[in-house]
Structures are given as structure tokens and as C-alpha cells.
Unconditional design. Structure first.
Length: 280
């Protein structure tokens, strides 16, 4: 499960799975279980990212990462009702794996050398890029157009600072507590653009209340290789997950999942990245 680094000017977005079935999944991994109801598997996801990992008001889960996780679990031999989704916030992902709170994590988890020192990764299953979300009729078409404009990101994020330092030094930074506030500000005109990973932006824009109002600028300001996190040293599980991702891609399931979860924001998916290759 060693990851190979590659460079590429343009590489990929991928799509991933709708819903998994247990067929073709091989032997069930029985190492995750809970009392009552037989074997279960605990999978870490985000609860607050529309289009990626979202806990709905009725308790259901939706999003691209949820579809990926469900497909992988199906290939491992688990039916949807045997999956227990556990919220894993960004700051606690490594600890959750080390403690055994979850079997694996699918939560916009970018593969980085620092994280690879603590956990192993399968994938990548998606190559995202830092981008801008703008109004449908916006005249912003390139990074330098942000000079003099109001640019929003969440407090503590480096995305807006990266734009101001490297692309548009005269951009006016607006930091809100969450992306929901940024998107609402874009809708009201309080800000001119929102920046973070394009997958996250597309997920918010795909919500029913925003459909048709926004678009992605299509700027690839960074490469974010999303991987599936597993406990350090669990090579066997990592290899099984890689095979599940390859099956998802070859079957067309991930392509359908991209369109389902991100399509309304004009998310342009490219050919999927190869397993084990990291785009710098």
C-alpha cells in the first residue's frame, strides 16, 4: 500500500459510488462489532459537509464520502444496515484510528507526509483542488480578478491566505465560523467568492436551496489527494480497500456518485487517479 508520488498538470477528479452491495466482497472482516444485531463495522465520516458527509435531520447520512464508504463496506462483506457511521472531526482522525474507534475513515482526508507518519492510506479515491465558488453571473474568471473583492473562508483556514499571498494581494479577506456562513454571505452579496476544496464547495452549492445560483471558477489552486485512512500497519485492510475503490471506478459507480452529489455546481470530473499515485 505504498503511495507513489507523481506530478501532473491536470489530473483527475473522481467520482465514486452510489450505494454498495455485498456482492463480490469476499470474506467479511469481523473485527468491528457491536453488541446486539451481529457484526457491524464502524466508519469515520464528517457529519457537517453537504455533498460529502452529512447527517440529515432524520438521522440518515448522505454525500460522496458516504457513498464511497458504503461501497467499500459492501465489498468487505457488510450490508448497509451493518454500517455504523461515526463522526470524526479533522483534528481527531488520527486518534480515532489509533484508538480503534473506527475501522477506516472516509472524510475529505487529504494524504500528506505528516499524516502518513501516523496512519496508512488507501486510494486516493478523489483528487480535489482548492477553488472558488462564485455567483452564476460573476465576472470573476481568474485568480487576479479577486483583487479588491471580498473573499471568504473559515476562521483558521489557510485557503484564503494562500490566495491573498500568492495570487491576489489586494483581496479583502472575510473569515466566518463555518462554510455555511460563507455560502450565505455569497448569496446575499456580502462576499464575492468563497474558497476551499472544490469538492466541499460543490457539495454546498448542490443543496436544493442553492441550486442554479453558484458555479465553480474552475481554478486549480492546489492538489488535495483524498485517501481512506486506516490504522498504521494494517496493510491487509488497506489492500482490500484499494481493490474496492478500483471496482467502484471500473463499474462506473463513482462517476455516477460525482454527478449525483456535485453536479449542480458544474463540477468537472476528470479521469480517476490511479491507486497509490499522489499528484503534487
Amino acid at each position: 500500500m505504498k503511495l507513489r508520488k507523481v506530478t501532473a498538470a491536470s489530473a483527475v477528479v473522481l467520482g465514486i459510488a452510489l450505494t454498495a452491495t455485498a456482492c463480490g466482497g469476499g470474506n467479511k472482516d469481523n473485527s468491528s462489532s457491536s453488541s446486539g444485531g451481529g457484526n457491524k463495522i464502524k466508519i469515520g465520516i464528517k457529519y457537517d459537509q453537504p455533498g460529502l458527509g452529512l447527517k440529515e435531520p432524520n438521522g440518515d447520512f448522505s454525500g460522496f464520502d458516504v457513498d464511497v464508504a458504503t461501497y467499500i463496506a459492501g465489498q468487505l462483506g457488510y450490508k448497509p444496515d451493518q454500517i455504523q457511521f461515526v463522526e470524526t472531526k479533522s483534528a481527531d482522525r488520527e486518534n480515532a484510528l489509533a484508538r480503534g474507534d473506527v475501522k477506516f475513515i472516509v472524510a475529505t482526508y487529504s494524504i500528506t507526509p505528516k499524516r502518513q507518519a501516523k496512519v496508512d492510506f488507501a486510494g486516493p479515491y478523489l483528487l480535489a483542488h482548492q477553488d472558488l465558488l462564485i455567483k452564476k453571473d460573476s465576472d470573476i474568471s481568474k485568480g487576479t480578478d479577486l483583487n479588491g473583492k471580498k473573499l471568504c473562508s473559515v476562521t483558521g483556514s489557510t485557503s484564503a491566505q494562500n490566495v491573498q499571498q500568492k495570487i491576489a494581494p489586494k483581496a479583502q479577506l472575510k473569515e466566518y465560523s463555518g462554510y455555511s456562513e460563507c455560502i450565505a454571505g455569497l448569496q446575499s452579496g456580502a462576499v464575492d467568492a468563497v474558497t476551499t476544496d472544490d469538492s466541499i464547495l460543490a457539495g454546498f452549492a448542490a443543496q436544493d436551496k442553492y441550486k442554479g445560483q453558484f458555479k465553480l471558477a474552475g481554478l486549480k489552486l492546489s492538489n488535495e489527494n483524498y485517501g481512506v485512512g486506516v490504522k498504521k500497519g494494517d496493510t491487509e485492510l488497506g489492500n482490500k480497500i484499494n481493490k474496492a475503490i478500483e471496482q467502484m471506478e471500473s463499474s462506473g459507480a463513482w462517476e455516477a456518485a460525482v454527478k449525483k452529489n456535485f453536479g449542480p455546481a458544474n463540477y468537472q470530473n476528470e479521469p480517476a487517479p490511479k491507486i497509490g499515485q499522489i499528484v503534487q
